[in-house]
Write a protein that binds this ligand. Structure first.
Ligand SMILES: Cc1ncc(COP(=O)(O)O)c(C=O)c1O
Length: 471
């Protein structure tokens, strides 16, 4: 199994990025509960035949949809080792927890956070953002609010982010019981960065109405185009207004590892909390989300909950408090830290930073190809690793939507789409260390060819370009 999977990763470029799932494969996973066991080899054959060929495809260098990390074989091996140990990282005194604490210390160091800062692995940034909202909420309302509920005071809390922020922030406000209406989505400038003056005005308006501003969520890498808010200015405003300053750095925060990109994140070191994913630009396999909080005590205030059966001791297996369960909602937790530790140790943060910078260089290359090609139109500035563009056509939204589906179904490349200023964009997010110039070239050629075919079909022409595109 291990050999097969290493071969699978090594030869990934020879296969389609993604392919539609045939009904026969889906049917294999609609069977009755297996009361009797099967031979492991047969179970593995089902996996090889029906799961492996129809996976998402984000290991492939031409996968550029959403913000999917590519992982690495190093992380895969660490996952196998972690599964062998089967450690539960909710708490207690054992070495896997020390590995997680090592990552917390390294993450602190990356962002210049103080030693009292706390951190915890979670599924992903959606969860880390939710937890940050909960920490900020408890910090604003006080610990007793955890018993009493958010009450009337909670009804007055208002939070701020930009219109370009990820939808999970609004969802977090909803889940936190504050309501998504209490999140003000502030206008952005032409570069999709939060308009700090508009933020200041909105806070003043809300205060004048008797509301209680408590939190600003800045983006370090917006999901649509990778814009980084002015973190210095937002940090200063938060300090002045006494607001919790959280940074959603799902993928962009790890640009701190690149010497050339790190200055763009100036101000992140002043955040009260940062959410990020090691499974995106950190090249760690899914899932490895992370929350870093400047003041560990405030972090614990939001989540620590004593229970007789979780009694802490100074010796024995129940020693070593504080435990990870004091920093989040989970009690049972897997050993996500191990694949992150293996990845950071094996490659080193300089090399990971170089991978991140190279993804941005590839995005710039794609940008220049688009600018030089009259049939293509760039739809947003390229500040980091995300390129939004489209094929010029009448009925461009429909045409570009079809181009993306055709690209995915052809197996040549897998970008996704988004909508910018009402226009549907082909969106290529370059996150994977395996992506190369040839993948960018093939993406451009395939967009042009699918676009030309679509235009010819619209004109009722056919023929010359009808041969299938090679995978
Ligand atoms: C800016 C931003 N925030 C939050 C998220 C959600 O992260 P996750 O998918 O790890 O929950 C993403 C995902 O791409 C993102 O780009």
């Amino acid at each position: 199994m291990l050999d097969d999977m290493i071969d699978h990763i090594a030869t990934v470029r020879e296969r389609p990025v993604w392919q539609p799932i045939p009904n026969a494969a889906r049917e294999r996973f609609r069977q009755q509960l297996p009361r009797q066991g099967s031979d492991l080899a047969d179970v593995y054959r089902d996996f090889s035949d029906f799961v492996v060929p129809y996976a998402t495809g984000n290991v492939h260098p031409a996968f550029m949809g959403w913000v999917h990390g590519g992982g690495s074989a190093v992380g895969m091996l660490a996952e196998m080792l972690a599964a062998g140990l089967n450690a539960n990282l909710g708490g207690r005194d054992h070495m896997p927890i020390e590995v997680e604490r090592q990552i917390v210390a390294w993450t602190r160091q990356m962002f210049g956070f103080p030693t009292e800062a706390s951190g915890i692995f979670v599924t992903g940034t959606s969860m880390a953002n939710l937890m940050a909202v909960l920490v900020a909420r408890t910090s604003a309302l006080g610990r007793p609010s955890r018993r009493r509920g958010v009450g009337e005071a909670g009804g007055l809390l208002t939070a701020y982010t930009s219109k370009a922020a990820h939808g999970c922030i609004s969802k977090a406000m909803d889940i936190a019981g504050l309501g998504s209406d209490a999140l003000r989505c502030i206008a952005t400038d032409d570069n999709h960065r939060l308009d700090v003056k508009a933020l200041r005005r909105q806070i003043a308006r809300d205060r004048a109405l008797g509301l209680d501003p408590f939190l600003v969520v800045a983006s370090a890498g917006t999901v649509d185009i990778g814009a980084i808010d002015d973190l210095e200015a937002i940090a200063a405003l938060c300090r002045e207004e006494k607001l919790w300053f959280h940074v959603d750095g799902a993928f962009g925060a790890l640009a701190i590892l690149s010497h050339e990109l790190a200055p763009r994140l100036a101000g992140i070191e002043r955040a009260d909390s940062i959410a990020l994913d090691f499974h995106k630009w950190g090249q760690v396999p899914y899932d490895a989300g992370f929350l870093l909080v400047r003041e560990g005590e405030r972090h614990r205030d939001a989540f620590a909950a004593p229970a007789a059966y979780l009694r802490r001791e100074t010796r024995g297996l129940a020693a070593g408090s504080h435990w990870p369960c004091d920093y989040g909602p989970d009690l049972s937790r897997g050993f996500r830290a191990l694949k992150t530790w293996f990845t950071l140790k094996t490659f080193g943060t300089d090399r990971l930073g170089a991978v991140i910078a190279r993804c941005c260089a590839l995005a710039s290359h794609l940008e220049s190809r688009i600018l030089a090609e009259p049939r293509l139109e760039l739809l947003a500035p390229v500040g980091l690793n995300i390129v939004c563009f489209r094929y010029r056509a009448e009925d461009a939204d429909r045409v570009n939507g079809e181009i993306v589906v055709n690209l995915q179904e052809s197996g040549i490349a897998a970008p996704s789409t988004t909508v910018l200023d009402g226009k549907l964009a082909i969106r290529a997010a370059i996150v994977n260390h395996r992506t190369d110039v040839c993948d960018i070239e093939r993406l451009v050629s395939a967009v042009l060819e699918f676009g030309a075919r679509r235009s010819m079909a619209a004109r009722g022409e056919s023929g010359r370009m009808a041969q299938p595109l090679a995978v």
